[in-house]
Design a protein around this ligand. Structure first.
Ligand code: KG4
Ligand code: ZN
Length: 334
């Protein structure tokens, strides 16, 4: 059998659908929500409403592009968590309705596992066991991946996620949400060693970003006392220095985790893995350490349904299905 699965992602502010046939992703339709920009962050109530508005068109588009009819589908997959409950509810309910009406199985997917499994959408694919640094707006984790279904978080942030640190720092500088991609863009034009920020010195493979956030706030406040136009005059250097600091924090833990476990298959995933500085420096660190480095294609870094589809494919092969009374989970351990 060559399973055909429709997958739906709605955990935060992207409504996405993807069709996968026999492990091959046929498409990845994403509707982003511009409505949050003026609020400087995702507004949960508005996110759920936008999902409600977008989901039918997104699913229809995915089915049409793939030239797949309802009768061809063997299962419906959806993100169960972690995420915003109001947003998740839209995808969960839609998936349930479809599965029930078509009489086919339902497959729940953990969003964070899906970020990791995005590495199996296209070649080259990592070999088990591998380490995956999963960096997004809500999470910063080092995951030890033993198989498609067996993953263990061996290090994680004790407070904010690194994506949040990027976004909050951008907000402090008056940049629009989400600020991560903008900091990345400006950082490419600046001097990364001009300003220094403190590291949290967490033990083991854990992270902490709340201290950097506060230090950055005080740094801007102090500099602006001396010169009100400090940010405008130094925007590129500030972005480059901050980004470099955040990258150092991420890569130092990853290096430690690799040395401790002896694993040299190293991957990154999640929205922040779209960061050009992180991608470049991970490649050069990998070359230095003899690692095989895996970085997903750009479109599979940020939230998307293709990663839900590939995770669902492996669950389908292992016959792991979900019952129709399933509910979304704001928190869902890997
Ligand atoms: O995985 P994702 O799309 O959504 C969550 O599950 O959180 O990650 C979104 C995060 C945001 O914080 C965004 O600013 C960050 O990823 N991000 C970036 C870049 N592109 C997206 N951060 C730094 N540089 C980028 N190029
Ligand atoms: Zn995500």
């Amino acid at each position: 059998m060559q399973p055909v699965i429709l997958a739906i992602e709605s955990s935060c502010d992207e409504t996405s659908a993807s069709v996968i046939r026999n492990g091959k992703v046929l498409n990845n339709i994403i509707a982003s929500q511009a409505v949050h920009q003026k609020y400087g962050g995702v507004v949960p109530e508005l996110a759920s409403r936008a999902h409600q508005q977008n989901i039918v068109a997104v699913v229809q588009q995915a089915m049409q592009h793939a030239d797949v009819k309802s009768k061809d589908l063997n299962a419906i997959a959806f993100t169960r968590g972690p995420g915003l409950v109001g947003s998740l509810l839209v995808g969960v309910s839609f998936a349930k309705g479809l599965a029930l009406s078509m009489g086919i199985p339902l497959i729940e997917v953990n969003h964070m596992q899906a970020h990791v499994l995005a590495h199996f959408i296209a070649d080259p694919k990592p070999q088990f066991p591998f380490l995956c640094l999963t960096v997004s707006g809500g999470h910063t984790q080092i995951v030890l991946v033993r198989s498609y279904h067996d993953m263990e978080v061996i290090g994680e942030t004790q407070d904010d996620a690194v994506g949040e640190a990027f976004d909050k720092a951008a907000k402090m500088m008056g940049l629009p949400y989400p600020g991560g991609p903008l900091i990345d863009q400006y950082a490419q034009l600046g001097n990364a060693s001009r300003f220094k920020f403190p590291d949290s010195q967490m033990a083991g493979f854990d992270f902490s970003f709340s201290g950097v956030k506060t230090a950055f706030l005080y740094f801007l406040r102090d500099e602006m006392k001396k010169d009100e136009a400090f940010i405008e005059k130094n925007l590129y250097d500030i972005c480059a220095s901050l980004q470099q600091h955040l990258i150092n924090m991420l890569l130092s833990r990853l290096e430690r985790a690799s040395a401790h476990t002896g694993i040299k298959q190293i991957a990154i995933a999640g929205g922040v893995s779209a960061n050009s500085g992180l991608r470049k420096q991970l490649h050069s660190l990998g070359a230095q350490k003899g690692w095989d480095v895996f970085i997903p294609a750009f479109e599979y870094c940020t939230d998307n349904a293709a990663m839900i589809a590939i995770a669902a494919h492996y669950k389908f092969l292992s016959k792991v299905f979900t019952t129709l009374d399933v509910t979304p989970l704001a928190r869902m351990p890997i």
